[in-house]
Design a protein around this ligand. Structure first.
Ligand SMILES: *Cc1c(COP(=O)(O)O)cnc(C)c1O
Length: 479
């Protein structure tokens, strides 16, 4: 019978080739320019305008992968990648994800693949224990965890559940949403602004709370703003606090903010997108002091926990609030298990219906590394960042902008904004390291984030030397 599929035996052959291709890529990754050097439109121009009418061979596909796709890749997995925040992965994660692709299940409800739900529940309970999270975040208590695609979606999900809780599920009534006010700091991730827009709250009802010289939210200003809003007839309902802001890794005081939220009946969401991973190490857990006051918490294993994108862990203290907000039950999804109330149907815990079996990659990672292995690598990243910071401190050309709490170093050359911008662009152009910038106190600041799976001291040292040499070169050109 005619068909166009790969047979299992052909798949075996091509699959092994692709695994080899990935292994080769990692063996040679150091040699690629970290930041892709292509111009806009270059890749699309190299691709045929029309799709193939007849199927092509894997030889041809892999040839084009090497020649046309790779030049347009910025190598996020390079040990010389220090830009933005990481999106690190690891071989166990890649294999776990491959298994998920192979099984190809839809885990939208328990009944559509019980293991997809129950493995996820178990793994997120493990993580809660591994990070010493409050008992209420566990499925065995009142809450539980669910994997979301990103921290942005987790924040939106929290915000919508908070909106419904605050309005007694009547946020659709006329004039109700216009009264709701949400609170963030000027350093909160932009996804929160997007979330208030999407949730129908409106950016005019988003209050931006002032920060300390360390870029952390000031709880007394939060308290004052809430009081002011209440006096004016608003209904304060949601606060987002951050552990490890994107710009500078600033840590908001969770306990003080949490106490205000408790007293004012605001939902507290804690966004620990990158820094959250550090909680596997007991010595960093003081950063989450007060987290038992949070209603929800999220962090991204897809940033710093060796788990490939996408994988955000979202915990809530009261799952019923989430389920009451998001559950719908069309006839075609009715089933005995759901109606018995004995199972979780994760489609009721977030925006999407269909869901991949994402806990598999996390399960592979946690089982491969063990708690000890994860702690080892996280500690190493933090140590390398602290070492980098010590080199900056010793230099008379560079200065630290803030003391780095973990693995992100914010620093600048003493010669001002234009010089720093030029320095960054020149270093990135070499392809031998890639780092990015931010603005703090209206100043251009360089960011060095150390979190790549295969980054060792030699890579960090080489990047520092490259930065110093490039600065030297620019200085002499100017003179
Ligand atoms: C990266 C980041 C986000 C956004 O993460 P996504 O998973 O890409 O949505 C949100 N908050 C903080 C603090 C971040 O660093």
């Amino acid at each position: 019978m005619k068909n166009y599929h790969l047979s299992p035996s052909q798949f075996r052959k091509e699959g092994k080739r692709i695994i080899d291709w990935i292994a080769d890529y990692y063996e040679n990754i150091d040699q690629y320019p970290v930041l892709s050097q292509v111009e806009p439109g270059e890749i699309i121009a190299s691709l045929p305008e029309k799709p193939p009418a007849k199927g092509e061979s894997f030889d041809d596909i892999i040839k084009d992968l090497n020649e046309k796709v790779i030049p347009g890749i910025t190598h996020w997995q390079s040990p010389n990648f220090f830009a933005y925040f990481p999106s690190n992965t690891s071989f166990p994660s890649i294999l776990g994800d491959l298994v998920s692709s192979g099984l190809g299940v839809q885990g939208m409800i328990w009944a559509t693949s019980p293991a997809a739900t129950e493995l996820e529940t178990r793994v997120l309970d493990w993580l809660a224990d591994m990070m010493d999270m409050p008992e209420k975040f566990k499925s065995t208590s009142t809450g539980g965890g669910v994997i979301q695609d990103t921290a942005s979606t987790a924040a939106l999900t929290a915000l919508i559940a908070a909106r419904e809780r605050a309005t007694g599920f009547e946020s659709n009534k006329k004039g109700v949403r216009q009264r709701l006010t949400a609170y963030v700091s000027g350093q909160t991730h932009s996804s929160l602004e997007k979330a208030v827009k999407m949730a129908g709250i409106g950016v005019e009802n988003l209050r931006i709370i002032g920060i300390t010289e360390h870029f952390a939210m000031k709880p007394d200003l939060l308290q004052q703003q809430i009081q002011k809003d209440k006096k004016e007839g608003f209904l304060p309902f949601f606060v987002c606090a951050t552990i490890g802001t994107t710009s500078s890794n600033a840590i908001d005081p969770i306990r003080q903010i949490g106490e205000i939220c408790r007293d004012e009946k605001c939902w507290l969401h804690v966004d620990a997108a990158m820094a959250g991973t550090a909680m596997v190490c007991p010595e960093f857990r003081h950063f989450k002091d007060g987290v038992e006051l949070a209603d929800s918490y999220s962090f991204n294993p897809h940033k710093w926990m060796f788990t490939n994108f996408d994988c955000d862990v979202f915990w809530v203290g009261n799952r019923q609030e989430l389920i009451n907000t998001f559950s719908i039950l069309p006839e075609y999804l009715r089933n005995k298990a759901s109606e018995s109330g004995e199972v979780f149907d994760y489609r009721d815990w977030h925006v999407q219906l269909g869901r991949r079996f994402r806990s598999l990659k996390l399960w592979f990672v946690i089982r491969h590394y063990g708690v000890e292995g994860l702690q080892f690598h996280i500690r190493k990243h933090v140590e390398l960042a602290q070492k980098f910071a010590s080199w900056v401190r010793q230099s008379d050309q560079f200065e630290l902008v803030v003391e780095p709490p973990l693995n992100l170093v914010c620093f600048r050359h003493i010669n001002g904004d234009d010089f720093n911008m030029k320095l960054m662009n020149e270093v990135n152009k070499t392809g031998r390291a890639y780092f990015t910038h931010t603005k703090l106190n209206d100043q251009m600041v360089l960011r060095m984030c150390i979190a790549q799976t295969h980054t060792e001291e030699e890579h960090v040292l080489r990047a520092w030397k490259l930065i110093c040499e490039t600065a030297e070169k620019i200085s002499t050109e100017i003179r």
